[in-house]
Design a protein. Structure first.
Length: 444
């Protein structure tokens, strides 16, 4: 076995470092970290850096017992167990399923191979052959290529993983088989392009381009898979909220009917007042006046469903020291189903209440609700103050909570319902005031 050159040693180290960097690019915003994960990560980098140098004895063995091109192909197979080991090692540092470890490993392997094809196959062998003669420059160019590509992948692919709540796939047989098959296709194609077609320079260039496209396609499949899973989860949550809205509305209506019966029965209570002594009568009258005052403050709309919702939300806001100010015009909301109407208004008010709940200034703990019908459209609008910076992303405010996985579904369900009825939802934030507007075409 010949003594490896510094460039050859760097090539093997580069594979491990770039692969683990790509995997951690996806792991850090996604997976829950285990205790002492950083120490374990550093130990893993050292371990796999040492293991990478066993490539040279393996290469000497293959070249000694196998003819070309089989020797090159079997030499390339060295990277398969090494890559699989880094995928499985991620479970030592992070709490993830086997399927998610495979998902991260496939994405990281494809990303690393894109850098390899760009820097080694095209730049170092075709465009600038003298690059490998200067190892520091070669290392710097490799680092720059990783920075550019990995930065792009982080914005496009890695950040959405933070919405998964630490788990993208469950360890089912179907999921495991899917990712094992995808990994087998990726490894077979990249190794074939890298080792089998390098005897003719023209074919080598074509094989490098083919390997690049295959890795880009795999990353595209991974991205679409993630977005599809997130969309399915959002739809499941929204439909659950709609079902909860129906049950909540029924319960609220029963409570309001109970209050109305209590008011109706006051005439019997008044008769009982004649038999009370003066102290009991005064205490009862004082409590009754407080209840009547609260009841008179409640918003009464022509629409029974709207009235039920607003009574409940007004009472809820009163308990939290929040004032719900309503401006109601002529309401034409009969085309909305009761569960949808409850979910639409309930989420709109709840979102505004969430914005003012923790404001220190009592004067700003106000939620303004306006419902108007004009020009064949129903306009539902909430205004509320908010604190801090608010950034809109894809038409919705980006959550400032540390765990974004369980937040933002209220506005998404509103947008879903608005589109369901042929309308639209828009939000804006300016001068410390958040505005949510829903426009629905009146349907006969």
């Amino acid at each position: 076995m010949t003594v490896p050159t510094p460039v050859a040693i760097f090539e093997e180290l580069r594979f491990v470092w770039e692969l683990m960097a790509a995997e951690y690019l996806f792991l850090l915003p996604f997976a829950r970290r285990k205790p002492r994960w950083l120490r374990r990560t550093l130990a893993g980098v050292v371990l796999f850096s040492v293991l990478s140098q066993f490539y040279f004895p393996w290469q000497g063995f293959c070249q000694g017992v196998l003819p070309l091109p089989m020797a090159d192909l079997f030499t390339g197979l060295w990277y398969v167990p090494l890559a699989l080991a880094t995928m499985l090692y991620s479970r030592v540092c992070f709490q993830i399923t086997v399927c998610d470890a495979l998902y991260i490993g496939i994405s990281g392997y494809a990303a690393q191979h894109l850098v390899y094809v760009t820097v080694h196959e095209r730049l170092a062998l075709d465009w600038y052959p003298q690059l490998t003669a200067c190892l520091p420059l070669y290392a710097l160019v490799s680092l720059a290529a990783c920075g550019l590509l990995y930065g792009l992948l982080y914005r496009v692919m890695a950040r959405p993983l933070s919405l998964c709540g630490g788990e993208l796939n469950q360890d089912t047989t179907a999921h495991i088989l899917h990712y094992v098959l995808l990994l087998a296709v990726l490894i077979f194609c990249t190794l074939s392009c890298q080792h089998l077609f390098h005897f003719d320079p023209a074919i080598r260039i074509l094989s490098a381009q083919l390997g690049f496209l295959i890795c880009a396609m795999i990353l595209g499949i991974q991205y679409l898979s993630c977005r599809n899973i997130l969309a399915q989860r959002e739809q499941a949550v929204i439909h659950q909220m709609l079902r909860d809205g129906e049950r909540h509305y029924t319960h609220s209506k029963e409570l309001i009917e109970m209050v109305n019966r209590s008011v109706h029965d006051l005439k019997h209570t008044c008769q009982a007042l004649h038999t009370m002594d003066e102290g009991e009568r005064l205490a009862f009258v004082s409590e009754l006046e407080q209840n009547v005052a609260m009841y008179r403050r409640l918003v009464h709309a022509d629409n029974e469903a709207v009235n039920t919702i607003l009574v409940e939300k007004t009472l809820s806001c009163e308990k939290e020291g929040i004032r719900l100010a309503c401006s109601l015009g002529h309401l034409e909301l009969d085309f909305l189903s009761l569960p949808d109407l409850y979910t639409l208004l309930g989420n709109a008010i709840d979102n505004a209440v969430e914005g003012v709940r923790n404001l220190p200034d009592p004067e700003k703990r106000v939620v303004q609700l306006s419902i108007q019908t004009s020009g064949g459209f129903v306009s539902i609008q909430t205004n509320n103050y908010y604190a801090g910076e608010l950034t809109l992303e894809n038409g919705l405010p980006r959550t400032t909570k540390r765990d974004p996985a369980g937040h933002g579904y209220g506005l998404k369900s509103i947008r879903y319902l608005a589109r369901k009825y042929g309308g639209s939802m828009s939000v804006s934030a300016r001068d410390g005031v958040f505005v949510l507007q829903i426009m629905l075409p009146v349907q006969s």
